[in-house]
Design a protein around this ligand. Structure first.
Ligand code: SF4
Length: 115
């Protein structure tokens, strides 16, 4: 048995069944004016952007969303693999504080790579 098989089996063991399905969020979003949902009136790619600046912009836009709390609860329950949901950035099912820019790690002042 390879490590990847073990990882998949372990992941299947620990992931709970989603209690807030995406359909619930869609139903809730359908009851509010679509013009009040930032991810509907802006470019949706912003919520899955590569640029840390764009990701922070999406997080800020979510703060005005009328379904933010439900969106965040659902994303936590579903362990969203990535993207901005409910004003938080998700990566591999957990909230992370910020997106790291692409590229090599910064070097220390002495010329070595940062740990
Ligand atoms: S809180 Fe959810 S539904 Fe609202 S704008 Fe953000 S991602 Fe979209």
């Amino acid at each position: 048995m390879t490590i990847s098989v073990l990882d998949r089996q372990h992941a299947a063991d620990v992931q709970p069944a989603p209690r807030v399905p995406l359909g619930v969020l869609h139903d809730a979003a359908a009851t509010v004016d679509q013009d009040l949902l930032p991810c509907r009136i802006n470019d949706a790619e912003l919520w899955f952007a590569e640029s840390p600046t764009d990701v922070e912009h999406a997080k800020n836009l979510c703060t005005d969303c009328p379904v933010q709390a439900l969106c965040l609860d659902g994303a936590l329950e579903r362990r969203e693999p990535w993207g901005v949901w409910g004003g938080e950035l998700f990566l591999q099912g957990v909230v992370i504080p910020r997106k790291r820019p692409r590229g090599r790690p910064r070097k220390n002042q002495d010329g070595g790579a940062a740990a």
